[in-house]
Design a protein around this ligand. Structure first.
Ligand code: AHR
Length: 657
């Protein structure tokens, strides 16, 4: 019997009548606006090759192998004294001296270069002609490398480069066809040589139409979530395999041309998913992360390195920053606050203004360290907390409870986090179905006086240990989330992880949103997150059966439930998840309503798939989406919750605050 089948069997009792009493007498704890958020890390080609809409890989020739992503013919030389000191490489294209031997470059993009019919693309590059020459000619092409067409190129534009000084050149071209895997080619025309640097191709139609901006469909998926917070930039990449390769936010400031390249640890972490051409250009850097947080209405939640390189990969104390040597790292955190919130007269506030955002970003939260553990973490975190409390008491500090949802590190770290008095503790759980089914009461008994919880990375990794997105995993996530909601006094934020994955370049799954070069699809887990994020409510309502919550316990027939009050819309929202394979009748009883407080059903949303292993796909992106049914009978008392279904009931209550 499969794990999935046994889980289903456990809840296959005959349909029972259940009664959920929602106490309307008074509101419970307020629910934080940050509650359901998003978390991004550049894993699975999430930033480069994903959200960052650049279509050229290794645009500056600064990858360790200068021609990664490029092929060339004829006379092409890499030179190292270019106009951008932190990305010094560029190429010189010279004539081969033979009229029939082309000098040319071709870039493969990220799993090809995707273009769409009638859409515009902005091709830019820096160029000059070497001393002794006045000008040179080049021809850019978009071509299909493998095709039955007579000519491989389907778009071409010729340009003249003039003068011995570096200048940026730009042309906007329109694609005559749709091709997900084209390549960019640059031919030298004539006999004069040319120097080329930072060769870039972006869709014109980016998020908010920004030049060099973000992929529109992916940003729309983020905005459509209406997330409460946005955690960035990771994840393990915060730590680095060694300290030199940690995510250094300061390297992501200023013009993109001069943001130095960093390796991406996900290119080599998994031998079975090996992507040696995966690097971080930082084109999507901290400024862009703050800006996009603002634009999607989410609280920005950056994470900085605590002076530890990845502890999975480094057992030796010398791989980390000595405890007495943390000043630079602590200063990075202080400077980050200045960058986000400081006056434009301050060093980093001024940089923010120069980048286009004189107003502060109003950052309120800061994560110190990612998945750290042991006394080596605690001793370093304390140093950060000491300085931050003194200089920025207004910033809420987030510590870590390690990589696991329970066990030795977790049990050691939680009391330490309380002692250090961080504001929130970041918990991570990538766990199988069994775990999600068993955690319906997880936060019920958490200490109400200690730090709050940030469930910073989680996802149900199920389907018999084969980890991929499927409906049942999302259903169990929904069930588990009733527990987050019910305990909103202690759980202040939760972010599913990872966020993005390119179908041709993933290292880790499941993920929230998948895409290829032209299309994207929101997974079943996405829709579960969205149902919660769009129906967060403002206050918890006590919802119980026989005095205890429905949390998938014995005798509860696989039912999980929570209820919230939305003071703005004057609505009660009840979420019921039935993980059993029988439909269940649940009678709603509203107690404590005053005489003048009348309720009526507004609508019922159900989320269900007959095939528990199915998910939305690029070819059928809306195969499994929530179905909203406007109420026919305004007085629904007994809900029939279908098997394997996430159901949500919204009632309007007049005359209640
Ligand atoms: O989300 C993928 C990885 O999982 C993150 O980088 C890390 O924090 C966790 O181990």
């Amino acid at each position: 019997m499969t794990a999935l089948a046994s889980a289903a069997f456990a809840f296959s009792a005959n349909a029972q009548n259940h009664e959920l009493t929602v106490d309307m007498k008074k509101n419970g704890a307020p629910i934080q606006e940050t509650m359901y958020g998003l978390f991004i890390e550049d894993i699975n080609y999430a930033a480069d090759g994903g959200l960052y809409a650049e279509l050229v890989k290794n645009r500056s020739f600064d990858f360790p192998y200068a021609f990664t992503g490029w092929k060339f013919a004829g006379n092409v030389e890499v030179r190292h004294d270019g106009p951008f000191d932190r990305n010094p490489n560029y190429v010189r294209l010279s004539s081969s001296g033979h009229g029939h031997k082309w000098t040319a470059l071709a870039n493969e993009g990220f799993f090809g270069i995707g273009v769409e019919k009638d859409k515009e693309y902005r091709f830019t590059f820096y160029a000059r002609v070497p001393e002794g020459y006045k000008d040179a000619r080049i021809r850019m092409e978009l071509a299909i490398p493998v095709t039955n067409r007579e000519g491989q190129d389907f778009l071409a534009h010729e340009m003249t480069v003039s003068g011995n000084e570096w200048k940026q050149y730009e042309v906007v071209v329109k694609s005559p066809l749709t091709e997900p895997k084209s390549e960019l080619r640059i031919f030298l025309l004539g006999n004069n040589p040319v120097d080329l640097e930072h060769i870039s191709l972006f869709p014109v139609d980016t998020w908010k139409g920004r030049k060099g901006g973000l992929r529109k469909d992916l940003m729309e998926a983020l905005a459509d979530m209406k997330p409460g917070c946005f955690r960035f930039p990771g994840g393990c990449i915060v730590e680095g395999t060694d300290l030199d390769t940690r995510y250094n936010w300061k390297n992501t400031l200023g013009p993109v041309e001069n943001r130095p390249l960093n390796e991406n640890r996900w290119h080599y972490t998994f031998r079975y998913r090996f992507f040696p051409d995966y690097f971080q250009t930082y084109g999507l850097g901290f400024y862009e992360y703050f800006l996009l947080s603002e634009e999607i209405g989410a609280e920005p939640l950056p994470v900085v390195n605590v002076g530890l390189s990845c502890q999975y990969q480094n057992y030796d104390e010398h791989a980390h920053v000595a405890v007495d040597n943390l000043d630079e790292y602590i200063q990075d955190a202080l400077d980050l606050i200045e960058f986000a919130n400081g006056d434009t007269a301050t060093e980093y506030g001024k940089i923010r203004a120069q980048m286009g955002h004189p107003e502060p970003f109003n950052m309120k939260f800061l994560g110190i360290g990612n998945e750290q553990w042991g006394p080596e973490y605690v001793v370093r975190l304390e140093k950060f907390v000491e300085r931050l409390r003194k200089e920025h008491p207004e910033i809420a500090i987030i510590g870590s409870s390690g990589p696991n949802s329970e066990g030795r590190d977790f049990d050691y770290l939680w009391p330490e986090m309380k002692r250090i008095n961080v504001d929130l503790v970041d918990e991570h759980f990538y766990r199988p179905e069994k775990w999600f089914l068993s955690q319906g009461n997880r936060y019920d008994n958490y200490d109400r006086k200690g730090p709050k919880v940030f469930a910073g990375e989680y996802a149900c990794h199920g389907a018999d240990g084969r980890k991929w997105n499927h409906f049942n995993a999302s259903l169990l996530e929904a069930a588990f989330m009733t527990n987050l909601e019910r305990n909103a006094d202690v759980v202040h934020m939760a972010t599913y992880a990872p966020l993005f994955a390119h179908v041709d370049g993933w290292q880790w799954r499941p993920d929230l949103i998948w895409y290829d070069n032209l299309r994207s699809v929101r997974s079943c887990s996405y829709y579960v997150q969205q149902m919660y994020a769009h129906n967060t409510g403002t206050h918890v309502l006590k919802a119980t059966e026989n005095g205890i919550p429905l949390a998938g316990n014995e005798g509860q027939d696989g039912l999980f439930a929570s209820a919230v009050w939305d003071a703005n819309k004057k609505e009660v929202i009840i979420k019921v998840i039935n993980v059993s394979d029988q439909s269940q009748e649940v009678k709603f009883v509203f107690t404590g309503l005053k005489k003048n407080q009348k309720y009526q059903l507004v609508d019922i949303t159900t989320y269900h798939s007959d095939d528990l292993y199915a998910d939305n796909t690029l070819d059928n992106p809306t195969a499994i989406v929530p179905q909203v049914k406007v109420a026919e009978n305004a007085m629904l008392d007994v809900a029939n919750v279908p098997a394997k279904t996430f159901a949500m009931y919204r009632f309007k209550v007049e005359g209640r605050k």
